[in-house]
Design a protein around this ligand. Structure first.
Ligand code: DAT
Ligand code: MG
Length: 133
């Protein structure tokens, strides 16, 4: 998923080109603004953490582009392509490393890192159901 910072900066197509360039297929694609309920489901594993309220606020702050990405080892390949959660620690050649803004933390202390990617097949099933029913 391209997060609101990525969409607002016009980076969705640039990022998706990297995804297909890595040999992965973007099978479905949908731009939408997440409802609070959709955001809560996406970030359910982070419920109770200190940054959770800010994270929900950020992820609902503007349009995102949700994608169904498929391919051999797609989850690991996509996570590699995304780079470290902290853009300042993300390697060159990764989306988060190459496309980060000067200020990577927003006014609520949330890390702006352009993209979200499911971290397991179970998470992918749960998250894809939010967008593509
Ligand atoms: P990832 O998006 O790399 O899977 P995550 O699932 O641990 O990372 O966290 C979800 C998002 O929350 C992350 O992309 C940015 C934000 N975030 C994570 N840890 C944070 C922290 N300690 N402070 C502020 N924002 C954080
Ligand atoms: Mg995560």
């Amino acid at each position: 998923m391209i997060k609101p910072d990525g969409v607002a900066r016009g980076l969705a197509e640039t990022i998706l080109k990297r995804v297909s360039g890595a040999g992965l297929a973007v099978a479905e694609k949908k731009q939408l603004v997440l409802t609070p309920a959709q955001a809560a489901e996406l970030y359910r594993p982070h419920l109770g953490k200190k940054f959770y309220p800010g994270l929900i606020k950020f992820i609902t702050s503007g349009p995102v582009v949700a994608c169904l990405v498929s391919g051999e080892g797609a989850i690991a390949a996509l996570r590699r392509l995304m780079g470290d959660t902290d853009p300042l620690a993300a390697e060159r050649g990764t989306v988060r490393g190459d496309l980060k803004e000067a200020a990577v933390i927003n006014e609520d202390g949330i890390i702006k890192n352009l993209v979200h990617g499911s971290d397991s097949p179970e998470a992918a099933d749960r998250e894809l159901a939010i967008f593509f029913k």
